[in-house]
Design a protein around this ligand. Structure first.
Ligand SMILES: Cc1ncc(COP(=O)(O)O)c(C=O)c1O
Length: 514
C-alpha cells in the first residue's frame, strides 16, 4: 500500500474503502458530481468484502461529488465500510452517520437512509466552491426504485427519449393533472423555449413576467427576439402582482408568464381574466409548483401552456429535467415536432406515418429514458415525498414563528385558497445586512442557506431592456432580503432542529447596529 499522505489533512493514502455487498451484486462504484468517473480497481478480501484504493476516489471527491452505487439491486442491508487508516483491514462504522475518511474538523459525513440501504454521502458542497457544509441547502434524494429503474431503462434496450419510462411519466402526469398532453423535456428552461416557439414569438413581441424569477423565464422568449416587460411582485406571496398587469399590456403583448413562487399559486382568476380580455396567452412557469393547487385546481392547468422542472433542487427530481404541459390540444402536434428536432418522428414511432422527415423548426428537447426512469420512480412515490416535505415545512413554520415575529422577519404566506407544493422555506429578513448576517451565522455552524433571484430588471440584460432601479420596489427589497433554509427530502429531524436552533440564536438588531 502507498504510504504518502493526503495533502490537506495529512491523512495517509493507505486508507481503503470497502463496500460490503451481496457477493455478485457489486458492479462498480461510480462517482457523480462535477467530476464523473468510475473506480476500476478493487480487490476482495477473503470474506468477500470489496476494498477500494482511495486515490482515485479522493481525486474525484476533492471536487465535491457524491459516491453512488449504480449496480442494480444491491441488497437492502448494504453498508459502506471504511477501512482502518493504517490498512489493518475493513472495519464497520456503525450508526446512521459515520465518517468515511477524515476531511477536516467538519467532516461529519452523513448517510441518506433510503429503502435501498444507506448510500454514503460526502460532505455537501456548494457548487462552484470547495467549502463543505455539514447541512447543505439541498441534497438530491432517493425514494427506492430509482437505480433499479435506471438499470432497467438500459437493459431493456431503449435509453434514448420516449421509451417506456417516458411514457409512464407522461401518463402519470396527464392523469393526475387531467390535461390533454404532457411531454418530458430536458429542463424547464427548454420547456419554456418550446412555449416561445409554439406561440410563434417574433422580434418585437412582448412578454410580461415577474422580475423576481429565474433567468430562463425571460431568456426563453428573448431568444426569439421578444422584449421582456417586468412586473413587480406582491409583498405577501411574492408572486406577480396582478393589479399591475393591465398597465403593462400593449398591442405587442403576446403572453403573460406567471411564476408560482415557492409553489404557491398566483392569483389565476384575475390573471386569466386580464389575459382573456386582451387576447394574451398565459404560460405558467410552474417550476416550483408541481401538484400544488389554486382554488382546488392544479397549478399548471390554467394557462394554454405550463412548464415544470425536475432539476435536483425541486420536489421531484431526475437531476436535470422538465416537462411542457399542453392544456390546449391544438398545440400538441406541433409541440411533438418542435421537441423532436423539427421532425414528425413521434408520429412515425406511433405508426401514423411510414417514415419521418423534417417538417418544421425544432430542437432536441426530449429527455433520455434513463432520466425518465429515475423520474418515474420519484413520481410513483410522490405521496411519500409530499408528506415528508409538508412535515419539514410545517416544522420550520411552527418553530420559527416566535423568533420571526420578534425579529421582524416575514415567513412564507400561503393564502387559504392555495394548497402549496411545500417546495421551499424562505425568510424575508428586515434588511440586506440582516440577510447576509444570518447566512454568515449559519455558515459558521456548517449550515448552507442561500439567497434567491437577483431582480431581472436590474441585471445586465435587464438594464439593456430598460430596467431601472425603483421600477419593481418589492422585487428589489425581496431580492436583497430573502434567504432560503436547507430543505430536502432526506433532511433529518436532528438536522432540522439544529438549523432551527442556529437561526433562533440570530438577532437582526445586532447586524443593524454594526
Ligand atoms: C421559476 C423558475 N423557472 C425556471 C427554472 C429553470 O428550471 P430548469 O433548471 O429545469 O431549467 C427555474 C430554476 O430553478 C425556476 O426557479
Amino acid at each position: 500500500m502507498l504510504a504518502t499522505s493526503f495533502p490537506k489533512t495529512g491523512f495517509p493514502l493507505t486508507a481503503v474503502f470497502a463496500i460490503m455487498l451481496g457477493d455478485s451484486m457489486l458492479a462498480r462504484v461510480g462517482i457523480t458530481g462535477p467530476a464523473h468517473g468510475f473506480v476500476k480497481s478493487y480487490r476482495r478480501d477473503p470474506a468477500g468484502t470489496v476494498l477500494f484504493q482511495t486515490e482515485a476516489l479522493k481525486k474525484l471527491w476533492m471536487q465535491g461529488p457524491m459516491l453512488y452505487l449504480p449496480s442494480a439491486g444491491f441488497s437492502p442491508c448494504s453498508r459502506l465500510y471504511c477501512a482502518d487508516p493504517q490498512g489493518a483491514g475493513a472495519r464497520r462504522v456503525p450508526g446512521a452517520g459515520f465518517p468515511l475518511f477524515p476531511w477536516g474538523p467538519d467532516s461529519a459525513y452523513r448517510c441518506a437512509t433510503s429503502p435501498m440501504g444507506r448510500l454514503a454521502m460526502p460532505p455537501a458542497y456548494n457548487p462552484g466552491s470547495l467549502m463543505r457544509y455539514r447541512i447543505p441547502f439541498n441534497r438530491p434524494g432517493l425514494t427506492g426504485n430509482e437505480l433499479r429503474y435506471v438499470a432497467d431503462a438500459i437493459t431493456q434496450g431503449h435509453a434514448a427519449g420516449d421509451g417506456t419510462f417516458t411514457r409512464r411519466c407522461h401518463s402519470m402526469l396527464e392523469q393526475t393533472l387531467g390535461v390533454p398532453r404532457v411531454l418530458l423535456t430536458t429542463s424547464c428552461t427548454h420547456a419554456l423555449e418550446m412555449a416561445a416557439l409554439l406561440l410563434d414569438f417574433k422580434p418585437g413581441d412582448e412578454v410580461i413576467l415577474p422580475s423576481f424569477t429565474f433567468v430562463s423565464t425571460a431568456n426563453a422568449f428573448v431568444l426569439r427576439g421578444a422584449k421582456p416587460v417586468f412586473v413587480d411582485i406582491r409583498s405577501d406571496t411574492l408572486n406577480l402582482d396582478e393589479s399591475r398587469l393591465e398597465e403593462l399590456i400593449t398591442p405587442r403583448t403576446k403572453a403573460i408568464v406567471p411564476v408560482h413562487y415557492a409553489g404557491v399559486g398566483c392569483e389565476m382568476d384575475a390573471i386569466l381574466d386580464i389575459a382573456g380580455r386582451h387576447g394574451v396567452t398565459v404560460v405558467e412557469d410552474n417550476a416550483h409548483g408541481l401538484f400544488a393547487r389554486y382554488k382546488g385546481r392544479y397549478l399548471g392547468t390554467f394557462g394554454a401552456i405550463a412548464t415544470q422542472s425536475f432539476h435536483e433542487t425541486k420536489n421531484v427530481i431526475c437531476g436535470e429535467g422538465g416537462a411542457i404541459v399542453l392544456n390546449d390540444p391544438a398545440l400538441v402536434e406541433r409541440a411533438e415536432i418542435l421537441r423532436e428536432k423539427g421532425t414528425n418522428r413521434s408520429k412515425f414511432f406511433r405508426g401514423q406515418v411510414d417514415k419521418y422527415t423534417w417538417v418544421d423548426i425544432g430542437s432536441s428537447y426530449l429527455l433520455s429514458d434513463i432520466l425518465a426512469a429515475f423520474l418515474c420512480a420519484q413520481l410513483e412515490r410522490y405521496d411519500q415525498i409530499a408528506a415528508t416535505r409538508k412535515r419539514i415545512w410545517e416544522c420550520y413554520n411552527r418553530e420559527l414563528a416566535g423568533w420571526a415575529a420578534a425579529q421582524d422577519v416575514q415567513l412564507p404566506c400561503v393564502p387559504p385558497h392555495c394548497e402549496q407544493a411545500y417546495h421551499m422555506f424562505y425568510l424575508v429578513m428586515p434588511s440586506l445586512q440582516a440577510r447576509q448576517g444570518l447566512i454568515e451565522h449559519l455558515k459558521s455552524q456548517g449550515i448552507l442557506s442561500v439567497f434567491h433571484y437577483i431582480p431581472l430588471h436590474l441585471s445586465r440584460m435587464g438594464v439593456e431592456f430598460g430596467g431601472q432601479p425603483g421600477q419593481c420596489p418589492t422585487t428589489e427589497r425581496v431580492g436583497d432580503c430573502l434567504l432560503r433554509l436547507p430543505f430536502y427530502n432526506d433532511l433529518s429531524g436532528a438536522e432540522q432542529a439544529e438549523v432551527v436552533d442556529v437561526v433562533r440564536q440570530f438577532e437582526c438588531r445586532a447586524t443593524v447596529s454594526r
